[in-house]
Design a binder for this molecule. Structure first.
Ligand code: NG6
Ligand code: CA
Length: 515
């Protein structure tokens, strides 16, 4: 098939080749670059898997990756919710620098502008085939939203991915369909999709009006259009043949991720595989239902573990494991009741989703953003544990460096080349990093200290029962002595508070680049 390349694509392609040949002039080292697979779990907490200390369940596949890889005890997503963490991961820019990067609705237009340099375009430039499978949650389509019934422009394909098979937003938001490249999968043109987050489309029953139709009930919100017996956020009609079945999501997207790897076994590839597990609604496949003692929340952790096992198995079978970087991590911290009555609270038992950390998803405390992070690359990374301070935002600059490229000025402005820490060559990580909570509160971690800026806001999120970390006074914690952020020592360390608040202001203003 003849491809039509735009002028820009041709220029980018030419630059990519120039970058490669200048990095490795005279020898064909291209083949040495590893494949890269990021498994980006959703809402998986620091204490949710056995290699991070969970004892109420066992995650043997993830544990095996950890045993043979490098486990980070001090790695962070940039934000305590999904959209901003994903934005930062892909663009190398803190989401709080940009308006409109909060939790996206299902009809949000593309949040990352077409043509923008991303981790995917950087790797594409280095000769990788790039794919994204699973949860997108970064908006799609131009201003006004995507054309779900036609060609979906302004999507992953426009920011560096060669292939996408994605859920547009989240499991609990409409539209409940998969998008493959530019089209909704299995859409019947006779039954067009309509989506609205503003006004009701009352073609399909809602959870609010028809609770008798529900197999899983909301505890909060989530009472709009019913799909597969579960009411969602947002309204949708039509597109019935395209609706997903929650029980099958893990199988479908794991299958697509495996296919992508198989199809590209002879290429160098980058796969960003963002799982639906363990986000709400937690609806495991029947083979995982009831397998944990913790109800659906535990069951979907086991399903996630299975997913990781399938990816590892595929890499092994294709003989690709040795030279593939596999990362397993999460977009934000854990939540128990996130809006559905799914027994998560009742069956939690002794399990501590955030381990020793305070707070969870949404929170300015470390439970919001300190996440599991395991990297496995048998050829280059020695197994072990590291307490290096690391941020997911650094993957962009680190992978640019890995592939012999320099980010142009203004690209990935908050991404720092942390390749040495990432590959375990040093245990010295970043000097500082910024965390971002639901209501915009920023925290700064530097050395052993964590400073949370003062400001208004509720202390506890009502229904999730999570401590948000808001306070009208400055907070300072010594994370080494007090990982659970129990004792605010700001009053006794005024000069430290001053130092960190000044540094945070400079970072906000952009006068200090990442270090
Ligand atoms: C909240 C939802 C929650 C979840 C979250 C986004 C309600 C009551 N709560 O508004 O269920 O969808 O948004 O989660 O609607 S995230 O992991 O994608 O950021
Ligand atoms: Ca999330």
């Amino acid at each position: 098939m003849k491809k039509n390349y735009s002028r820009n694509q041709l220029i980018t392609g030419a630059l990519g080749i120039a970058a490669l040949s200048s990095a490795f002039s005279g020898c064909s080292r291209q083949a040495d670059y590893p494949n890269i697979v990021i498994i980006y779990a959703d809402d998986l907490g620091y204490g949710d898997i056995s290699c991070y200390g969970a004892t109420s369940l066992s995650t043997p596949n993830i544990d095996r990756v950890a045993e043979n890889g490098l486990l980070f005890t001090n790695a962070h997503s940039t934000s305590a919710t999904s959209t901003p963490s994903r934005y930062s991961l892909l663009t190398g820019e803190y989401a709080w620098r940009r308006e409109g990067t909060g939790i996206a609705t299902g009809d949000a237009p593309a949040i990352i502008t077409p043509g923008r340099t991303t981790i995917a375009s950087v790797l594409k430039n280095a000769g990788y085939v790039t794919g994204v499978v699973g949860k997108w949650h970064l908006g799609m389509g131009p201003e006004g939203g995507a054309d779900w019934n036609g060609e979906i422009t302004s999507g992953p394909l426009d920011i560096g991915f060669d292939y996408n098979y994605v859920m547009p937003a989240t499991g609990d938001r409409v539209p409940t369909v998969f998008v493959e490249n530019r089209r909704v999968v299995n859409l019947d043109p006779e039954d067009p999709i309509r989506v609205s987050f503003r006004e009701p489309i009352l073609v399909e029953p809602t959870g609010r009006d028809h609770p008798e139709l529900l197999k899983m009930h909301p505890s909060h919100g989530h009472d709009m259009t019913i799909v597969n017996g579960i009411s969602r956020i947002g309204y949708m009609s039509g597109g019935r043949s395209a609706w997903w079945t929650d029980e099958d999501i893990a199988d479908v997207i794991t299958g697509k991720a495996v296919d992508f790897i198989k199809q590209n076994k002879d290429n160098r590839f980058f796969l960003y595989f963002a799982t639906n597990d363990i986000h709400v609604p937690r609806v495991p496949h029947p083979r995982f239902a009831g397998r944990s003692t913790m109800g659906p929340r535990g069951d979907v952790i086991l399903e996630l573990d299975w997913t990781v096992g399938e990816i590892v198995k595929t890499l092994d079978e294709l003989n690709l494991s040795r030279n593939t970087i596999l990362i397993v991590t999460s977009d934000n911290g854990p939540v128990v009741d996130d809006g559905y009555r799914d027994d998560a609270v009742e069956k939690l038992g002794d399990h501590k989703p955030a381990g020793p950390l305070r707070g969870g998803k949404y929170s300015a405390f470390d439970g919001g953003t300190r996440i599991p992070f395991i990297i496995y690359w048998p050829e280059k990374i020695r197994p072990g544990t590291t307490d290096a301070l690391f941020s997911q935002i650094d993957l962009m600059a680190s992978f640019a460096s890995l592939t012999g490229q320099e980010l142009s000025s203004g690209t990935g402005p908050d991404s720092f080349n942390s390749l040495a820490a990432l590959t375990g060559k040093t245990k010295k990580g970043r000097e500082w990093l910024v965390e971002h909570s639901l209501n915009g509160r920023l925290s700064l971690i530097k050395d052993d200290w964590k400073y949370i800026e003062p400001g208004p806001g509720p202390k506890i999120a009502s229904y999730t029962n999570i401590e948000l970390g808001n306070d009208t006074i400055p907070q300072l914690y010594n994370l080494k002595a007090d990982i659970g952020e129990k004792v605010n020592v700001a009053a006794d360390n005024e000069s430290k508070v001053k130092e960190l608040s000044t540094l945070l202001s400079s970072i906000k203003e952009g006068t200090i680049k990442s270090k």
